[in-house]
Ligand binder design. Sequence first.
Ligand code: 3PG
Length: 307
Amino acid sequence: MKVLVATEKPFAKVAVDGIRKEVEAAGYELALLEKYTEKAQLLEAVKDANAIIIRSDIIDNEVFDAAPELRIVVRAGAGYDNVDLEAATAHGVCVMNTPGQNSNAVAELAFGMMIMAVRNFYDGKSGTELMGKKLGIHAYGNVGRNVARIAKGIGMDIYAYDAYCPKEVMEADGIKPVDSAEELYATCNVVSLHIPATAETKNSINYDLVNRMPKNGLLVNTARKEVINEADLLRLINDRPDLKYVTDIMPAHHEEFADHFPGRYFSTPKKMGAQTAEANINAGIAAARQIVGFLKDGCEKFRVNKK
Ligand code: 3PG
């Protein structure tokens, strides 16, 4: 059996070493395709792979067509919007993610960007503190819960909205649940986005929603660029010179944001949320173990596509 690690944005070496250990202990062979730049390289590498570990790498119908031996794809991470699940099912391939394995890393980056923004991007001018401010967590999943844990230490007043999470779960964590996204944005000084990119959420962060934020509001995006209605957000931060936007996922309109809103906008050059040795080790080794469990015992825990 051949397990391919196909990562355009590579794991830390220590994580690859850990993946290799798991794969070889199961008697399988490990192949690496790291930092590839062309899809053709991926199509060539998958042709004899039985299993693939990926990150944000695009796995579409063409990739499945090129991989006749493929039985499983594990997205080492949470969001699997980069994998065509219907194509996977049509090709008889199981798709899994590794929920929770990189969520602390993403949550810590959200605070890194939050502090940078409220301190005016370290320009020397007087900024503000996070303690006592109202934080809105938009989606209370694995990352949202880590954000809440860190925010408690900072002393923030924490609110959350999640249509799929029972309010009792949030209340048990000491978080104040609100009834709608509109209420969250209207209440909070800082909103941290943790929604996945789905048909329902794409473009959902729009002018009307963000405009509800109080004066000097800050929107932090460590989720996906697709959930932002970029044309709306550009228009809004033009209309509202008090708002700031920081993101770990470079917008399609990055140049426009950067040119028009200096001192109020920041994007990492490449999605960095999960780019820590710890997150790479956790997610990478979980992915390898899930592959071994699937190939040896048929374990389908964490499967995300239909059979
Ligand atoms: C995820 O969905 O797990 C995060 O966005 C991290 O993605 P990455 O592996 O591409 O850094």
